[in-house]
Design a protein around this ligand. Structure first.
Ligand SMILES: [Zn+2]
Length: 441
């Protein structure tokens, strides 16, 4: 309740506030944003497909999309520390396949010279968007628009200051209910593992109240609109983005990075007939809770006491690797059940990426890791003293990624090729890649 009332308050403040002035004559040096040697450029591309394209995420949903509820976008944030460039891209998309990622990397690298190892992709996992591969010409349009957006971001880069804060969201909940036999069933599990935080990276390029960009990272399936919906939509991440951008008078670009949301969803109670399709009210609740909290946290990061704490040393480090994880030998006996995972010679092909921008560390996992990966990897890396963003939904041909603890419970998230050994292998792979990255000159 505390979170909800705080959100309501911040929402009211946003709606009632007069347009803030960009700079006031009374500002002194104490209120100057401490710009650094790091440069950042931001741009976005519209990737809304033509109406009619089938939407992804539900095998039972038939027919094409009928309308556009809200647009799909890609946001590109390019970083440049003077030695190298890096980019983070968020996609309003269900997920990126390995081939999508590879083609995007090739096209972006060719035009912008940003090394492929320095590019991180993140899909929001909206269930009201298609796979890129659903339509070849749509896929090609997306790739060329994304390349253009990254180039525009490169051209726009300017010195920045980065601020970090955390807030709370109230709408996500664990969806692995446990029955009397100790088995996992689809439902709501208020006491199941969860992460109620939203992590905020505020990027300022001048002394104005409005940031250049605001990066929000939380974890929750973007399927408020379910299979009954046939409208194209970016789901709550897209509507939170427009909320934040409205609050900052259209002078800010907001980006959402999806965390390890494999077993988290919006807290919409199931009906006896199954999950209910979220309404406009449900969508607004989730999106504005996130957006209002992001605005509240980010305006607090702009006061002079917070400006004094900002880091001046924002060097870029990046690394990428592909883990070859042993698959469960039992599951391999029925390979047709493992539709989403690419398996070669008994190994799951599992690409991972790490990117550090000074004290900010981004870990990118493919597919749908459950929230315990987000919490566990953050713990594994705690001794580094960094602000860690553990992201799911990077490009890759993998499905749900359960942790060891879940295996005896079974359930939807454990149906893939992973087994009890997988969690330790993934966490060790991430730790190794991070130390390899920081050992680079
Ligand atoms: Zn999912």
């Amino acid at each position: 309740m505390k979170t909800l009332s705080r959100n309501c308050l911040s929402l009211l403040l946003v709606l009632m506030a007069p347009l803030p002035l960009r700079s006031q004559p009374s500002n002194g040096d104490w209120n100057k944003v401490p710009l650094t040697a790091l440069k950042v450029g931001v741009a976005e591309a519209d990737i809304t497909p033509a109406v009619g394209i089938p939407l992804a995420g539900y095998v039972g949903r038939t027919g094409g999309s009928t309308d556009i509820h809200d647009p799909l976008k890609v946001v590109a944030v390019v970083f440049d520390d003077g030695r190298s460039k890096a980019a983070i891209l968020s996609f309003d998309s269900i997920q990126l396949l390995q081939a999508d990622g590879d083609d995007l990397l090739r096209a972006i690298t060719k035009v912008t010279n940003i090394p492929a190892t320095h590019i991180v992709f993140n899909a929001s996992h909206t269930h009201a968007a298609p796979w890129l591969s659903t339509d070849a010409s749509y896929r090609q349009t997306v790739i060329s628009r994304v390349v253009q957006a990254v180039q525009v971001a490169v051209d726009r880069r300017k010195p920045v200051s980065l601020g970090y804060g955390e807030g709370a969201i109230d709408f996500n909940i664990n969806r692995r209910a446990i029955n009397a036999e100790g088995k996992s069933v689809i439902g709501l599990n208020p006491s199941g593992p969860n992460d109620k935080r939203v992590k905020i990276l505020r990027i300022d390029a001048d002394d104005s109240i409005e940031p250049l960009a605001l990066v929000k990272n939380a974890a929750c399936h973007a399927n408020v609109f379910r299979d009954a919906n046939k409208q194209i939509s970016a789901d709550f991440p897209g509507l939170a983005k427009s909320f934040v951008e409205r609050a900052f008078n259209g002078r800010t670009t907001a980006m959402y990075l999806q965390g390890c949301a494999g077993d988290l969803r919006a807290n919409l109670p199931p009906l006896s007939t199954g999950w209910r399709n979220g309404s406009e009210a449900d969508m607004t609740w989730a999106a504005w809770s996130l957006g209002a909290e992001a605005v509240q946290v980010s305006v607090a990061l702009r006061v002079s006491e917070q400006l004094q704490r900002r880091s001046r040393d924002l060097k870029i480090f990046a690394a990428a690797d592909t883990l070859h994880l042993a698959a469960d030998p039992e599951k391999l006996k029925n390979p047709s059940a493992l539709r989403r995972d690419r398996i070669e010679k008994g190994k799951i092909i599992f690409p991972i990426r790490t990117l550090a921008i000074g004290e900010f560390l981004f870990i990118s996992l493919p597919g749908e890791p459950v929230i315990e990966y987000g919490l566990g990897i953050e713990q594994d890396l705690a001794s580094l003293g960094k602000k860690v963003f553990v992201l799911g939904y990077g490009a890759g041909d993998v499905g749900y990624i359960p942790v060891k603890r879940m295996m005896p419970e079974g359930g939807y998230e454990t149906e893939g090729p992973y087994w009890a050994e997988s969690e330790a292998a993934i966490r060790a792979g991430v730790k190794n890649l991070v130390s390899k990255m920081f050992s680079q000159k």
